[in-house]
Design a protein around this ligand. Structure first.
Ligand code: HEM
Length: 695
């Protein structure tokens, strides 16, 4: 299979371009457009208590939801964008277009008037500031909002919504309804535990990394909690998964309630067009899961002394933990038990993720302390920002040198220019590259990790002797596990010796049949199905079918399901029973059903989507650690050489009591190619390269 380097529809397309005169026969004047916005927003009730506060929703009780929802700002973006979508539909109808993609193209030439554009103000920037902004803004000097938190995702392919603009993809291209996502999850994504060549650290680092990049806002109330959906309600922002008849495990519920993802205009200039979704996080690889996604969050996480991040000291424990918090972000923890805080709200979701979040906090504080010793005259701000810059550079180096070549294979990594250089600066920074995370990445490809997660996780002692095997369910939202027998180190050691499950369509029962079971007795949903959610979310976002991406990536454009030569026959047979047409196959399902690419973990279609995203995040990031383009922000030659020594095994050695580890922590240890070695033999960074000679 020969993959090709792909471009997306949102790449290089003049993001801030002036809107040209509509090409339609009867263009709508600005005056008429304004009146349309005014009338429709009145009709919709924008700013009225009903819409703003959703008084129709019952607010009693705390209901456990999938993620945090959104906030006041995403609620405003959602409401205004919903008006924008209604105006777009009206214009398309006025011009006689009922069709799908056509509506999208037609309305592209109109913009929401300033009063109706939630993104009207662009970030103010000071380009002499040498560090990243916490909210990701001002990275690109021309398009200052690019990569900013609470901004829209981009698209690799134009979406296919049922009405061309907004309605979830519910229909087969043959006209009838698509198969129920839960049914597909039961038939194609049932469990089958086959192990892979990577360690369990590989997918869990992937989840940690994802929490730097994506958190899709859900439709929320003013207070940021997702709107309450019930199986019977008609709210157009509730898009529930009905339980199919044959689902005997879920006889006690009628549906899995799922608010739609929050709506947004697709660009900051509020040009009309399809419904886009909002990323609550900065789109960059900037360790925002540790440092927060805006200045306020960042300041709350900082100790404001010595450049340190807040941490908690626990009696009897040698090392720091994340700060404790009592804010209800851990569902159902008994009184008195701690719950942890970090830059990403999902930190407590499982004990492996919590372990990784903890060691990156420790790494920051470790580096800040070293810098303080080397540069005693630096103040808190300087120490904090320099430590953040170093730790983020280390993290990016680990991703591009160790993790990605395993994920997509060295060949694809080379094709997409992902591998770091051995020396010197990278000089291919491209300010025209729109770096934002692609919807296809967050809603399908990066979810590949769901198929690698094991049903149980091993705990191992100092000598890597396993001493417990906890079911995955028992480590979900169990922050107290940080202090129980062997603590976080034992989970990390377990991850280093156990292989993950293989990349295939199979997902373990805990995620497929029992996700978040028993976490909230008041919720109308007793349990979720993660693969069903992935499929459903893809339809909510109007992701085109898998076949379109396959073709884009250089595979064959299949005419029938039998043409999908790199999907095992037994899965194709199931697909034939579930999907009427090959173009109906959902991107998540098609992607994870592919056989892995040579030398990589994932199949070729996901390899291509993932590689493209990491390419955009490298070539489009002014602060990418190897970038020599910017004299204000770049590392010195000597510092860069030091950062290039970073490995994930070194991070583990420095921030846990692990004494020996395989050289590449993402691959299983092997006497010849990846031997276990003492931490003493793993190269260290010499931080004297940061000695400030100006004092
Ligand atoms: C360890 C167990 C895991 C659990 C319980 C879990 C659970 C979830 C849930 C509930 C969602 C939201 C689904 C939705 O409503 O659309 C989600 C989204 C996601 N997950 Fe996982 N996940 C796990 C592991 C992973 C791993 C290992 C990866 C990647 C290597 C991953 C990548 C993602 C991504 C990219 C999203 C979309 C995030 C967003 O944009 O909101 N997850 N996961």
């Amino acid at each position: 299979i020969q993959l090709k380097v792909i471009k997306g529809v949102d790449d290089d397309d003049g993001q801030e371009q002036q809107v040209s005169t509509p090409r339609s026969i009867n263009p709508i004047s600005e005056e008429t457009l304004k009146v349309l916005f005014q009338n429709i927003s009145k009709e919709f009730g924008l700013n009225s208590p009903r819409i703003s506060g959703r008084l129709l929703n019952d607010k009693s009780g705390k209901v456990f939801t999938l993620n945090t929802g959104g906030n006041k700002n995403t609620k405003k973006i959602h409401d205004m964008s919903t008006v924008g979508l209604k105006v777009a539909r009206t214009i398309a109808n006025l011009q006689g277009y009922q069709g799908k993609e056509k509506s999208n193209i037609l309305v592209k030439n109109y913009r929401a008037p300033a009063d109706f554009c939630p993104y009207a103000t662009k970030p103010y920037c000071d380009f002499s500031y040498p560090y990243r902004n916490s909210d990701g803004s001002c990275n690109n000097k021309y398009y200052t909002w690019w990569g900013m938190s609470e901004s829209p995702f981009k698209r690799i392919l134009h979406p296919i919504y049922d009405d061309g603009l907004n309605a979830p993809r519910r229909r087969s291209i043959m006209g009838r309804g698509l198969a129920n996502p839960r049914k597909i999850a039961m038939e194609i994504h049932h469990s089958l535990d086959m192990i892979s060549h990577v360690t369990n650290m590989f997918p869990h680092f992937g989840q940690f990394l994802d929490h730097d990049l994506t958190l899709t806002a859900l439709t929320s109330d003013e207070d940021g909690t997702p709107i309450k959906c019930f199986c019977h309600n008609q709210d157009s922002d509730c898009y529930n998964i009905p339980i199919p008849l044959e689902d005997h495990l879920n006889k006690d519920q009628r549906c899995m309630v799922t608010p739609r993802s929050s709506a947004s205009f697709k660009k900051f200039n509020c040009e009309l067009g399809h419904r886009e979704q909002i990323n609550l996080l900065t789109h960059w690889l900037d360790l925002s899961q540790t440092y927060g996604n805006n200045l306020k969050a960042n300041l709350e996480l900082r100790m404001k002394y010595g450049g340190l991040l807040n941490s908690s000291v626990v009696r009897g424990m040698k090392r720091d933990y994340l700060p404790f918090v009592v804010d209800g972000s851990c569902p159902n923890i008994p009184d008195g038990q701690p719950c942890f805080k970090s830059g990403d709200i999902r930190v407590n979701q499982n004990s492996l993720l919590l372990s990784l979040q903890t060691i990156w906090l420790r790494e920051h504080n470790r580096v800040a302390l070293i810098l303080h010793k080397i540069n005693p005259r630096w103040n808190d701000e300087k120490l904090f920002q320099e430590a953040r810059k170093i730790v983020t550079a280390t993290y990016q180096h680990i991703i591009y040198s160790e993790w990605l070549p395993i994920l997509v294979g060295v060949k694809v990594a080379k094709l997409y220019g992902l591998l770091p250089l051995n020396q010197g600066y990278f000089n291919r920074y491209n300010y025209k590259l729109f770096p934002n995370v692609a919807n296809e990445f967050s809603t399908a490809a990066m979810r590949f990790g769901h198929t690698l997660v094991r049903a149980a996780v091993l705990k191992a002692d100092q000598n890597y002797r396993p001493f417990a095997n906890s079911s995955f369910h028992s480590i979900i939202f169990k922050p107290v596990s940080a202090f129980q027998r062997g603590g976080l180190d034992s989970y990390l050691r377990g991850c280093l010796i156990e292989p993950s499950l293989r990349y295939d369509a199979n997902v373990v029962d805990h995620l497929n049949h029992h996700l978040f079971e028993g976490l909230n007795k008041e919720s109308p949903t007793k349990r979720f199905s993660l693969p069903a959610l992935n499929i459903h979310r893809g339809r909510d976002h109007g992701l085109p079918g898998y076949n379109h991406y396959r073709a884009l990536c250089g595979l064959n454009y299949a005419r029938t399901i039998d043409d999908l030569f790199n999907i095992p026959v037994h899965i194709r047979e199931k697909m034939k029973r579930l999907y009427e047409h090959v173009n109906d196959i959902d991107l998540f399902t098609g992607g994870v059903s592919e056989l892995p690419i040579e030398g990589g973990v994932v199949g070729p279609t996901f390899a291509c989507i993932l590689a493209k995203q990491f390419r955009d995040l490298k070539f489009g990031d002014r602060f990418y650690y190897e970038n020599g383009h910017d004299h204000v922000t770049r590392l010195s030659y000597r510092q860069l050489d030091e950062i290039r020594k970073s490995t994930f095994s070194r991070i583990l050695c420095d921030n846990t009591d692990i004494m020996f580890v395989q050289r590449n922590a993402f691959l299983r240890n092997n006497f010849q190619t990846n031997p276990l070695i003492s931490c003493h033999n793993i190269e260290n960074i010499d931080y004297n390269a940061w000695k400030d000679l100006s004092y």
